[in-house]
Design a protein around this ligand. Structure first.
Ligand code: FO1
Length: 312
């Protein structure tokens, strides 16, 4: 079975990890958001790509979900002494990746080719592809003006009130090599439990990716449980966009694409409402979607795959 997963950062990476432990490497392709990418100290940072790769390579920091485990912070400490901007915490191991990625980008190599080589080096089996090799920058319209995504997310701690989003460059950006090909061969697409507004929508905004999903079985796994995100500002964003945050709101967000929706047991009462959403009246799987450990990731991945197979 060929499965394509769409993923953002920490929440998405957990399900991708579960899928990677259940499927053979040839069966899984992961398309990752790069709308969060930005430049710092002249380096090109791809936080969601790194989070997915570090997680698959068992190199991720288990406390934060982003950055490296067994990290050291010598560079950051020196930057602090120099009163340099240190709101975005770059560890030493992580920095090596940004340095080498930037060096190769400056030589004219593509982000997807560099990512492929890094994955091979880290022993990652599934194919991990950035949504695009072209720059796409998520901008957040807020009550404090327009902010680049990481300024909103990390520097301002998601405090400003959100008014809307823009994925600058997505009109011209092409899907990276392998993206449309993997969708062309997919038996199932899984939208991981990532933030719909700023992790999945940027992917869907690139080229013909959204159209590429139209005739495929698409299953989304809820990132909201009982109206709350386990991590990050998704619920706050729904509220500020004038929508009550809930799994139903997420299903409505993707309503034109959905064949199936994975709902948390704590939201069982929403099953019928989601199952009757037009146009596609998605099938609904009710299960425990909270991934507290590796076993949960594997169980949720297995259940989602079995559910998805049943819909095809
Ligand atoms: N998130 C934070 O909340 N604070 C940080 O200082 C931070 C540093 C960081 C460094 C490398 C990296 O790959 C990710 C990092 N993140 C940090 C996470 C990142 O901002 C978010 O996970 C995503 O961009 C949203 O998916």
């Amino acid at each position: 079975m060929n499965v394509v997963a769409l993923a953002g950062g920490v929440g998405g990476a957990k399900l991708v990890d579960g899928l990677g432990r259940v499927l053979s490497p040839q069966e899984l392709t992961v398309i990752v958001n790069t709308g969060d990418d930005f430049q710092l100290f002249g380096l090109h940072l791809s936080p969601d790509l790194d989070t997915v790769c570090y997680t698959l390579a068992e190199r991720a920091n288990p406390e934060t979900g982003w950055g490296r485990k067994d990290e050291s912070w010598h560079c950051l400490a020196e930057l602090e002494k120099l009163q340099a901007p240190t709101w975005f915490k770059l560890g030493d191991r992580d920095l090596a990746v940004h340095l080498e990625r930037t060096r190769r980008l400056e030589q004219g190599q593509s982000l997807s080719a560099i990512t492929r080589d890094f994955c091979a080096n880290w022993g990652i089996g599934p194919e991990v592809i950035p949504m695009s090799d072209d720059p796409v920058a998520t901008r957040v319209f807020t009550d404090q003006g327009v902010l680049a995504f990481q300024e909103y997310f990390v520097r301002e701690g998601c405090q400003p009130e959100v008014k809307g989003f823009e994925f600058a460059g997505s009109g011209e950006a092409l899907p990276a090599p392998g993206v449309m090909e993997s969708l062309g061969e997919a038996d199932l697409v899984i939208i991981c439990p990532s933030n719909p507004w700023v992790s999945i929508d940027p992917i869907l905004s690139v080229g013909t990716i959204r159209e590429g999903l139209r005739d495929l079985p698409v299953v989304a796994v809820t990132p909201l449980i009982a109206g709350q995100a386990l991590k990050g500002p998704a619920a706050k964003m729904y509220r500020e966009m004038g929508i009550t945050p809930s799994a139903r709101a997420v299903a409505e967000h993707y309503r034109d694409l959905l064949t199936g929706f994975v709902l948390d047991s704590r939201d069982q009462d929403l099953e019928d409402q989601i199952g009757s959403l037009t146009p596609r009246k998605p099938g609904v799987l009710v299960t425990d979607t909270w991934m507290k450990n590796i076993e949960d990731r594997v169980r949720l991945a297995r259940e989602t795959l079995t559910f998805g197979e049943g819909l095809t």
